[in-house]
Each structure stands twice: as structure tokens, then as C-alpha cells.
Ligand binder design. Structure first.
Ligand SMILES: Nc1nc2c(c(=O)[nH]1)N[C@H]1C(S)=C(S)[C@@H](COP(=O)(O)OP(=O)(O)OC[C@H]3O[C@@H](n4cnc5c(=O)[nH]c(N)nc54)[C@H](O)[C@@H]3O)O[C@H]1N2
Ligand SMILES: Nc1nc2c(c(=O)[nH]1)N[C@H]1C(S)=C(S)[C@@H](COP(=O)(O)OP(=O)(O)OC[C@H]3O[C@@H](n4cnc5c(=O)[nH]c(N)nc54)[C@H](O)[C@@H]3O)O[C@H]1N2
Ligand code: SF4
Ligand SMILES: [Mo]
Length: 788
């Protein structure tokens, strides 16, 4: 059973440019499953944004395994270690939440749904009476289904009227959305995963795809093993598996993405690689971009980023000469201080070469969580449903008409509140009810000591809705047990706009309920009504919610009106899908026209350095009118505070765990592959600090400290890495071992995404060698000395 643990990507199936990626069907069944008796329920994996289509094996009312779906456009049958092992095993874990719990006399005790929802609605009503909708905050997720997000979005925006609803997507894909909006006028992924099949070069910016979308990496590996391998360029301070396979690895100093990208733009312009016809017809802002980039010859970027200028030139040459380049961007860029500024420069590179909307010329501002796309589309975060612009009265009017409410009910007097600001309002006491759904902030927000204090405070009524007991449910006043993937029906959309339908395979354990049913129950008990006195939420099941959402998406860039449950049961489809495009749409912007007209766009944009909003008047002067906006930004040095913290901490993922491990730690093989946290230190730093493999190190920042075993790894000197997966639910003996004990409350000015990839720390030896660190050996965490 364990071979796909050590063999993360499975066997190679090489192919050449322009060919179909060969099918390889991966399957994992429980030892006691009987293949003859298994029933297969179509779904897709929800353990990352790749969204691999799969079938769930069901036997005797239990999930007993999973297999890849051969016809699926994303996976062509493959599944990675998380997909193979985690979902179905976690679902039958004995410690699932089965009944609601309420805090009485300081302790959580089980209660009935009726009492739990009664308490919730009584508290909610009282606070609305006392202080209005601004007393209510929602902290949501990128892991529910579309139907649940849309329902929650309508409840918050039209039922209660609070602007305080954001998702953990703020930590995850806020920058992807922001960069797409700034450049193209609207959210929506231009590229397709099938661009891997024909790209001549692939650029990965801060994206450890080998560990974080393992099936996408298998697709890239198969091209690399084929007859016409694409050139790979990896921008990542760590020596990841991607770096090992790359033609050019640029291990830049963390936080210097903008300088590097400006140098690439510099070279595109200097060498005459700009597609002038495309730029003239389809963009605005070239002159300012050229002026800005002029300050970044490769030598200057080399100095800032601390990589050889010759390597920057080689990367630039690849970008300038390859007929088809696919670029992907993820957390190494998004979770940094100039996140949106950097991501926009990747958009600019593609625009300068006219490389959009054609096979192989993909631009993927990646998502991370499996369904974060839907949070954004449906408005269960700081966005309005259908990618509508909160500053556009017509867009607000459309929603008011659809929901049959007064436009003034829908909060749109200011930009919706971002997650860290919701936390601040709760701390200051204006938000008094915080409903946390499908996220574990006590481990995953920056500076978790602060979050722990807040959630434990008397003044705040905390609801936590989850499938498992977590560090966050432990602090809640009310715990609502949720059904998980496979236990409820719904749809979700991956990074490249592919919508999958997921069937209900089994019943949830105990009294756990689908999130949709919990939201519907709340709306019903709160008696939320429209302006005519009818029920605000008129649907009662997933398909009804989907139909309501389709109407909301009509005419918007994310148009779902051509879809249906019946159609999706036959297989996935990429939005937009409407009467004119009944088969869906593989790539956006094939004609070079962008949704930047003022009446269409999702935002008028921001200043990339300060985050100041562009006014409608300023936007009108810019006159994008269907052209993309080339936005320039100078590099700014990150502010890392004062104090004696000479090392840079970066945090991130390992292949075997998903976030706070609520699912992956309950899959024994995955857990055994990475059972406990570690800190990666470079050979040079270890020598200087007198640290050996397995030693216990004390890692301190201005915020906190953790003690972790040392892995002497292959990263760049001056940078240490800690995986952020490890809270303390499975190790109460060490309640302070999370990476986020150390991180700072700081965010990108445009996307408001926290800066998890950049904190100043110091290290010292805290204990003797205990053998080897519990770090995986096949990944970026491999011990120094292993050559790629
Ligand atoms: N196995 C696994 N897969 C996952 C997840 C998981 O938890 N586990 N989570 C999913 C989710 S929600 C997300 S958001 C994605 C995240 O997927 P990734 O973004 O690929 O993962 P991370 O490890 O957070 O960060 C990627 C890389 O950024 C690099 N980096 C750090 N600082 C910088 C910098 O300044 N510049 C550049 N260029 N790179 C830098 C790090 O060294 C790291 O290798 O993964 C998804 N897939
Ligand atoms: N230091 C550092 N911190 C980070 C990051 C980093 O790279 N470094 N990355 C950030 C990123 S990109 C992300 S996405 C976040 C992730 O942060 P979190 O979202 O807090 O992490 P998860 O463990 O995925 O928490 C999701 C919770 O939802 C529950 N859940 C799963 N399915 C369902 C469902 O259907 N219904 C309900 N109600 N609950 C469900 C799970 O059991 C789990 O407890 O972490 C962020 N924090
Ligand atoms: S690549 Fe992502 S979606 Fe595909 S099997 Fe792995 S975790 Fe699941
Ligand atoms: Mo994420």
C-alpha cells in the first residue's frame, strides 16, 4: 500500500508536444475492500486546486478507496499520495465530530441540533438588535462546495447585510484574484492545464508544484521525459524537486520577486522580443512599464536577488525565444510583501509577448485550495458574487434585483472587510459573533498567539463548523459537526475553471450535517426574507442552490448558465459555459479582448505599491476599454522589523500533508511519511551555528518561539524553512510548535494576503542530536548531500 508514498509521482508515461497526455489509472482500496462488491461514485479530489477527477469506492455504506477517472481532462486517471490515501480514510476516522457541542461552565459538551441552532439564532438576533449587522463576522474557506458558498454569500450580504465576510482564501488565492483583476479587469484564470501538453518552456514562480499539485507535476515530468522536453525555469529560494529538474534555477533571496521579474521584462524589451502589434492593440501602460523596467538590468536584479546575472539572462533568453511559454505563480509570490505587484509582472511578461489564449501559452495565477475559485465566484469571501464590482451601482442593482432586496441592504459603501481586519474588529469588540467555517485559524493565521487569545476571549461568540476536532473547535463556544467530501452532493471548480460534480457516496457519521443544510437551517430559523416578504433563500437542496447561482452568473465572465447537474454528471466542463459556448471554454482571451470596460470590470484597480484605490474618474482617464492594463512597480525592500534576527524564515508545505492535517494525519501512511515538524537549515548556517542533523533548535522571532529538530537541507544560506502543517491537536504536549508562532501580522497592500513567506528569526542549539529529523527524504526537505 505504501509504494505511492515513496513513489510520489508514479511511473512515467512520456509524450511529445501536441500529443494527448497518456492515461494511467491510479487506484487505492482498503485491504478489506472487495472489488466485486464496490460501487463507484463519481467525484473529484478536494486535497488541492488541481481537482483530479476520481471515483469514490463505496462498500457497505463506507468509503473504502478511490480511483482516478481515465476520461478526466485534469488527471487522465492519475491521483497523487494525498488523493489516494487521505479523503476516504479520514472520513471513517473514529474521532469525527458527530454531534454539536456547546460550551458550558468552560467545557464543551454535546448537545442537540435544535439546541445548538437555537442558541446560534438567539445570539445572532440579540446582537443584530443591539448593534446591527456589523456585529457579525464570517471567516470562511476554500474547501466547501459552490452551492454552500453561494447560499452563505446571500445570507451574509442580503440577509444580514454585513461586509465582514472573508475566507481563508485571503491567505491563499487573494493575490491570484487581485492580480487577474488589476491586469485583465476581472478574476478568471486565462490558461488551461492542457497548456503543459504543448508548451516549449515552463516558468514556475514560487510554486513547488512537485509537492503541491503532484499530478500536474506528473504531467510536466512526462513532457520532460518525452522527445521534445520543454525548458523549465524555477524561481524558488529552496532546492525543490522542481529546481532539480530545471534548466535554470533562480534561488532568489526571499521577497525579491519584483526585482527579478522587472529584469525579465527589461530583457524582453531590450532584445526586441515585444510583440508590438499585440501590445499596441490590446494593452495600455507600456511606456510606464518600460520606464520602470529600465532600472533593472540583470546585474541590478542579480545584486538584489543574490543570484548570478548570467542565470537571469539565460532565463530571459528562454522566455524571449520559446514560441509557447506556460507560467505558473503561487505562494512564493503571493505570500510576500509585494505579492500583487510581482504577480502582475508575470501577467505583463505574457502580454508583452502576446502569449495568451493560445495552446501552450498558458498563464496560471494558481489557486491552492480545491474550491477557492468558488468562494471568489460566489462571494463567500471579500468578493461579490459573479465577480461584480462593489463600487459599481449597476452591479449592486443587479444583485438587489436578483435577490429581491433593497440595494442599500447589500454592503457596498466600502471594500469588503479582509480577514485580518475582521480579526482586528473582533479584537476591538465591534464584531461580537464570529462564525468560522472550514478553516483552522488558530494554526494558520499569522502570529497565532494573538489568534488564540482572541478566540478564547469572553467578549466574542465563536462558532466553529468542521468535520474534525481541531485547535480552533477546542476554543469555540459552539461547535457544529459538518459532513465532508463524499458525504454530500455538490460542485466545485479547480484552478483552470473546470467544474466537477461530486456525488454523495455515503451518509455522514452521527448527526453531522452538510454545510449547506446548516446554512439553510440558519436562514430558515432567522426567518430571512426578501422585500416582498417571501423567503430570501428559496432553495432547499444542492441542485436548487446551483440553479440559483447560475442565474447570478448570467452574463458575467464566470457564466454557468449552460451547465446543469445532468451535464456535469457526464463529465467536467470549464466555465464560461452558456448558450453561445455550450461545450465550455478552454482558454480565456483568445481574441485579445479583456473585461476592462468600466461597466464590466470587477475593480477599477489599485496602486500596486500603496494599495490606494483607483477612482472611477481615474479609471475613465486610463481608458482601458477592453485592453489589458500593464501595471508597473518598483522593487521595495521588505520591512523585517528591528532586533537581532539575522535569518529569514520561509514556511510552506510538504507533499504528504494538507494544511493542518485534519485529513492527512488520519491516513496512516501519509502521517508516517512526515509525522512531526522540523526546521530546515542550510549546510553553511548549520556549520556556523554548530547544529547537526536531528539537533533540537530554538527558533525565535519577535512574535514567538518554537523548538524543532533540525534537518540540514539543501536550501540557500541565510534562509530557514518550517512546514506550517503542525498544530498541536495530536501532540498536546507541545502546544507551541506551529510555524505561525513566528510569523508577522503583515500583508500585501493590494490583495491583503498575509506575508507567510518572510519573517526575521534567529536560531540556537537547544538540545542534542536525536537521530534524524522527521522530514521526508524524496522532497525539497531532502538532506544535504543528496544530489538532484
Ligand atoms: N501537499 C500539499 N499540497 C498542497 C497543499 C498542502 O497543504 N499540501 N495546499 C494547497 C494550497 S491551499 C496551496 S495555497 C498550494 C500552495 O502551493 P505552493 O505555493 O507550491 O507551496 P508552498 O510550499 O507554500 O510555497 C511554494 C514555494 O515558495 C517558495 N518561496 C518562499 N519565498 C519565496 C520568494 O520570495 N520567492 C519565490 N519565488 N519563492 C519563494 C518556497 O521555498 C516554496 O518552495 O498548495 C496546494 N497543494
Ligand atoms: N505559515 C504559513 N501559514 C499559512 C500558509 C503558509 O504557507 N505558511 N498557507 C496559507 C494557506 S495558502 C492556506 S489555504 C491556509 C489553510 O489554512 P486552514 O484552512 O486553516 O487549514 P485547513 O487545515 O485546511 O483547515 C480547513 C478545515 O476545514 C475542515 N473541513 C474540510 N472539509 C470541510 C467541509 O466540507 N466542511 C467543513 N465545515 N469543514 C471542512 C478541515 O477539517 C479543517 O479543519 O493556511 C495559510 N497559512
Ligand atoms: S494533485 Fe491535488 S487534486 Fe490531484 S490527487 Fe493530488 S491532492 Fe488530489
Ligand atoms: Mo492555500
Amino acid at each position: 500500500m505504501a509504494d505511492r508514498i515513496s513513489d510520489i509521482w508514479g511511473a512515467r508515461t512520456p509524450y511529445a508536444a501536441g500529443q494527448e497526455w497518456p492515461v494511467r489509472v491510479d487506484e487505492q482500496l482498503a485491504p478489506d475492500a472487495d472489488p466485486g462488491r464496490v460501487r463507484w461514485v463519481p467525484s473529484a479530489c478536494v486535497l488541492c486546486s488541481n481537482g483530479c477527477g476520481c471515483d469514490i469506492a463505496v462498500q457497505d455504506g463506507r468509503m473504502v478507496g478511490v480511483r482516478g477517472h481515465a476520461a478526466d481532462r485534469i488527471s487522465h486517471g492519475r491521483l497523487g499520495p494525498k488523493g489516494l490515501f487521505a479523503g476516504w480514510q479520514a472520513a471513517s476516522a473514529p474521532d469525527r465530530l458527530r454531534r454539536p457541542q456547546v460550551r458550558r461552565g468552560g467545557r464543551l459538551v454535546e448537545t442537540s441540533w435544535d439546541e445548538a441552532m437555537g442558541l446560534l439564532t438567539a445570539t445572532s438576533r440579540r446582537l443584530l438588535d443591539e448593534g446591527g449587522p456589523l456585529t457579525h463576522g464570517f471567516y470562511t474557506t476554500g474547501q466547501l462546495f459552490l452551492e454552500e458558498y453561494y447560499t452563505l454569500g446571500v445570507i451574509g450580504k442580503a440577509g444580514l447585510g454585513t461586509p465582514h465576510m472573508d475566507g481563508n482564501t485571503r491567505l491563499c488565492t487573494a493575490t491570484a484574484a487581485a492580480a487577474l483583476k488589476e491586469t485583465f479587469g476581472c478574476d478568471g484564470q486565462p490558461g488551461s492545464y492542457a497548456d503543459v501538453d504543448s508548451a516549449d518552456a515552463i516558468f514556475l514562480y514560487g510554486h513547488n508544484v512537485a509537492e503541491t499539485q503532484t499530478v500536474l507535476w506528473a504531467r510536466i515530468l512526462d513532457r520532460l521525459a518525452g522527445p521534445d522536453r520543454p525548458a523549465l525555469v524555477c524561481v524558488d529560494p529552496r532546492r525543490t524537486n522542481v529546481a532539480d529538474a530545471a534548466e535554470v534555477h533562480l534561488p532568489i533571496r526571499p521577497g525579491t520577486n519584483v526585482a527579478l521579474l522587472n529584469a525579465l521584462i527589461h530583457e524582453v524589451i531590450r532584445t526586441g522580443a515585444v510583440e508590438s502589434g499585440y501590445v499596441a492593440a490590446h494593452t495600455v501602460g507600456f511606456d510606464e512599464l518600460a520606464r520602470t523596467a529600465a532600472a533593472y538590468p540583470p546585474e541590478e536584479a542579480a545584486r538584489i536577488c543574490d543570484v548570478p546575472a548570467a542565470d537571469i539572462r539565460r532565463a530571459a533568453e528562454i522566455f524571449c525565444h520559446a514560441p509557447r511559454v506556460l507560467s505558473t505563480v503561487l505562494q512564493g509570490v503571493y505570500q510576500s510583501h509585494q505579492a500583487t505587484a510581482a504577480s502582475c509582472q508575470v501577467n505583463n511578461l505574457h502580454l508583452l509577448r502576446g502569449m495568451l489564449g493560445r495552446p501552450g501559452c498558458g498563464l496560471l495565477q494558481m489557486n491552492g485550495q480545491p474550491t477557492s475559485e468558488n468562494t471568489r465566484e460566489c462571494g463567500a469571501d471579500g468578493d461579490l458574487p459573479g465577480f461584480r464590482n462593489w463600487a459599481n451601482q449597476t452591479h449592486i442593482g443587479e444583485l438587489a434585483k436578483l435577490w429581491r432586496v433593497d440595494p442599500m441592504v447589500i454592503p457596498h459603501w466600502a471594500e469588503p472587510t479582509h480577514a485580518m481586519q475582521i480579526i482586528r474588529y473582533a479584537e476591538q469588540g465591534s464584531i461580537r459573533l464570529l462564525w468560522i467555517v472550514g478553516t483552522n485559524p488558530v494554526v494558520t493565521l499569522p502570529d497565532v498567539a494573538r489568534i488564540r487569545r482572541l478566540l478564547a476571549a469572553e467578549q466574542l461568540f465563536v462558532i466553529a463548523q468542521d468535520c474534525f476536532p481541531t485547535e480552533t473547535t477546542e476554543l469555540a463556544d459552539l461547535v457544529l459537526p459538518a459532513a465532508m467530501w463524499g458525504e454530500k452532493e455538490g460542485t466545485f471548480t479547480n484552478t483552470d475553471r473546470t467544474v466537477h460534480h461530486s456525488g454523495k457516496a455515503v451518509d455522514p457519521p452521527g448527526e453531522a450535517r452538510a454545510d449547506l443544510d446548516i446554512f439553510l437551517d440558519y436562514a430558515h430559523r432567522m426567518d430571512l426574507r426578501d422585500r416582498d416578504g417571501g423567503p430570501l433563500i428559496r432553495w432547499t437542496d444542492p441542485e436548487g442552490a446551483f440553479t440559483a447561482w447560475q442565474e447570478c452568473s448570467r452574463g458575467r465572465p464566470c457564466d454557468y448558465t449552460g451547465l446543469s447537474y445532468a451535464r456535469l454528471r457526464e463529465g467536467p466542463v470549464q466555465w464560461p459555459c452558456d448558450d453561445a459556448r455550450p461545450g465550455g471554454t478552454e482558454r480565456l482571451y483568445t481574441d485579445g479582448f479583456f473585461p476592462t470596460r468600466a461597466e464590466q470590470c470587477e475593480t477599477y484597480g489599485h496602486d500596486l505599491l500603496t494599495g490606494a484605490a483607483v477612482t472611477p474618474e481615474q479609471y475613465a482617464l486610463l481608458r482601458p476599454d477592453g485592453r489589458a492594463v500593464l501595471k508597473a512597480a518598483h522593487y521595495l525592500r521588505p520591512d523585517l522589523g528591528a532586533g537581532d534576527f539575522p535569518l529569514l524564515l520561509t514556511t510552506g508545505r510538504t507533499a504528504y500533508h494538507f494544511h493542518t492535517r485534519t485529513k492527512t494525519a488520519r491516513a496512516p501512511h501519509l502521517n508516517a511519511a512526515a509525522p512531526a515538524p522540523w526546521v530546515e537549515v542550510s549546510t553553511a548556517d548549520a556549520a556556523e551555528l554548530g547544529l547537526a542533523e536531528g539537533d533540537l533548535a530554538l527558533v525565535e522571532s519577535a512574535r514567538g518561539a518554537v523548538r524543532l529538530p533540525v534537518r540540514i537541507a539543501r536550501g540557500r544560506p541565510g534562509v530557514v524553512f518550517i512546514p506550517f502543517h503542525y498544530g498541536w491537536w495530536d501532540d498536546p504536549a507541545d502546544p507551541h510548535r506551529a510555524a505561525n508562532e513566528l510569523t508577522e501580522t503583515a500583508w500585501d497592500p493590494v490583495s491583503k494576503q498575509p506575508q507567510f513567506k518572510l519573517a526575521a528569526v534567529r536560531l540556537s542549539r537547544a538540545g542534542p542530536d536525536d537521530g534524524t529529523a522527521p522530514a521526508p527524504a524524496q522532497t525539497a526537505s531532502a538532506a544535504a548531500g543528496r544530489e538532484g
